[in-house]
Design a protein around this ligand. Sequence first.
Ligand code: GLN
Length: 280
Amino acid sequence: MDYRTLYEWGSDRLLSAGIDEGRLDARLLLEAVCRTGKHDLLVHGDRVVLPEQEKTYADHIDQRRSRKPLQYILGYQEFMGLRFIVTPQVLIPRQDTEILVEEVLRYRHDGQAILDMCTGSGCILLSVLNYSNNCRGIGVDSSPAALAVAADNADHLNCTAEWLLSDLFTAVTGRYDIIVSNPPYIPRAVIDGLMPEVRDYEPMVALDGEEDGLAFYRRIVAQAGDFLLPEGRLFLEIGFDQAEAVTGMMVAAGYLDVTVTQDLSGLDRVIGGRIKGNID
Ligand code: GLN
């Protein structure tokens, strides 16, 4: 089959399965399989596609029809201008989370120690390290499979970081200038209504924030102060309706300058605060 016919076939298969972005996904999958770019459809649409590429494409389209996210089919996702390896053991990096990274980048200085709690693919920590000088980073996760993906990402990006298997702060030692986290924060009752791509394929441990979605904030905010240096900062990604509750927790735990930042849709997305100078 030629390139354009294959693209039209893939688009129809995805659209008829109810995938709204079917055309885009069909094109992106075809480009990934054939190692082509956007212009190929316009300029080389009549080129005959190799039989093995056609077979791989048909397989990818089938996987996407079953609602598997594009990123798990292709095995990567761009985030902060970098390419991250993703497997179904880690959450796919979200554009919203770039706001969290940008907030950290506003406050970090050369040579600081940064801890990323619930690191997953490592995309937050590795982006911060990639755009910083001489910072030391440690990524913490309770999933060995996620830490293996994070370590692969560090290798690919030529970044040095430490990875620690730990249930939140249980195995953490030392103090850090910055602690950052995008913990699971979806309330239990909301999980059933998530898009099938998220609900059926992404790791539930990375999404499930227990009854009210706030369980991890309670634990992280209560403990982070013991692992921050004087004047250290805590940054958290939050759900759109969680700013008030998490601000309350941070203020109660003694954080100063507690600030909420919105994402590109104008929704509350990140909370940051500074722990006071004197730690006993
Ligand atoms: N923002 C993610 C979503 O809506 C949730 C991420 C998380 O729980 N940390 O799917």
